[in-house]
Design a binder for this molecule. Sequence first.
Ligand code: NDP
Ligand code: OXD
Length: 313
Amino acid sequence: MSLALLINDWDVAAWQKSLAQLAPDRAFQTAPDITCPEDVRYALSWKPTPGQMAQMPNLEIVFSLGAGVDHIFGDNQLPNVPVVRVIDPDLSVRMSEYIVLHVLIHHRKQRVYDAFQADGKWKEISQAAASAMRVGVMGLGILGIDAALKLKNLGFQVNGWSRTAKNLDEINCYSDADGLEEFLNQTDILVCLLPHTPATDGILNFKLFEKLSHDGPLGKPVLINAGRGGLQREADILSALENGVLGAATLDVFETEPLEASSPFWTHPDITITPHNASASDPDTILKNVLRQIEIFEAGGTMANIVDPVQGY
Ligand code: NDP
Ligand code: OXD
C-alpha cells in the first residue's frame, strides 16, 4: 500500500525528494504516474486533478499539503474519506510575517517613499501612530489569530471577524453577518485570512469595500488578501481603487493563478502583488507533520485537524 503525491503548481521534485528521505520505507507514487491506483491509501495533495482520487478504491485519507482545503473540496468526485489539513507553527509564522510586513508597508507609506527614491527626492511625510490605525482581520482561525496578536503587539488597534463568536483578550471580536458591518465601519486596513467556501465566495466586493472606514489615518481604506482569490471580485477592486473607495491593495491570491499576463493588476500603481507565497508550504516541515498524522492513524489514534466537510474549512 502506498502514498500518492498529487501536486499541481508546485515543484513536485522537491516533495518527492523530501518524502523519499523522510519515509524511506514507504512506497509512493507521483501524479500523473499513478500506475497502481488500487495501492494508494493516503493522498498527499495540493490542487489535485479533479477525478483523480475517485480512481483510488482503497483511499483512506486525503491530506492537504497546506492549510486550505478548497482545492480538495473543489473536486466533485471526491471520495467520502476524511480530509486532513495542516496546522503548523511554520505556516503561522510565515503568514504573520507577510501580514505584518504588508500592514507596515501601508502604515509607514513605504510605496510613497519608494516613489520619492525613484525621483531622487529627500522628503518626509506625516506618519500616524500605530495606535491610531485600526486593522480588521477577517478570519480569526489559526492564521488570523496569530497575525492579529502580532499586530496588536506592534501597537495597532486590532478587530477581528469570524463565523462563530470569539472571546479574545486583546482583540475586539465580531461574528457572523450581524457583526460584519460594525467590524467594517471601524477598519482602516482590512486583512483577509478567510477560507474560500460557498459562504465566503466573492465576499471582498465593492459593497463590502464601501462599508470600510473612510476617515482613518490613510484617508482611504486598504485591502490585504492572503486568503484565497475566490474571496475577491477583482473587477470590484479595480473600480473601488478608481473611485477612491479603496486606497490600495496587497494581493497574494487571485481568481485565476498564475495571474494572467494581461491583468491590469501587474502595473496598477496602488496594487502590490505576490505570487501566492504569503505562507509557503516547506516540503520537509509539512511532510513531517503529515507523516506524524499517518503514524497516529495507523496506531489506532485520533488524527488532528480533520476538516468538517459541511463547513468546507
Ligand atoms: P482556519 O480554519 O483556522 O480559520 C478560518 C477562519 O475563517 C475562522 O475564524 C472561521 O470562523 C472563519 N470563517 C470561515 N468561514 C466564515 C464565514 N462564512 N464567515 C465568517 N468567518 C468565517 O483557517 P486558517 O487560519 O488555518 O487559514 C485560513 C485560510 O488562509 C486558508 O483557508 C487558506 O485559504 C489561506 N491560506 C493562504 C496561504 C497563502 O500562502 N496565501 C497559506 C495558508 C493558508 P470560525 O472561527 O468561527 O470557524
Ligand atoms: C495553503 C496555501 O493553503 O499555501 O496552505 O495557500
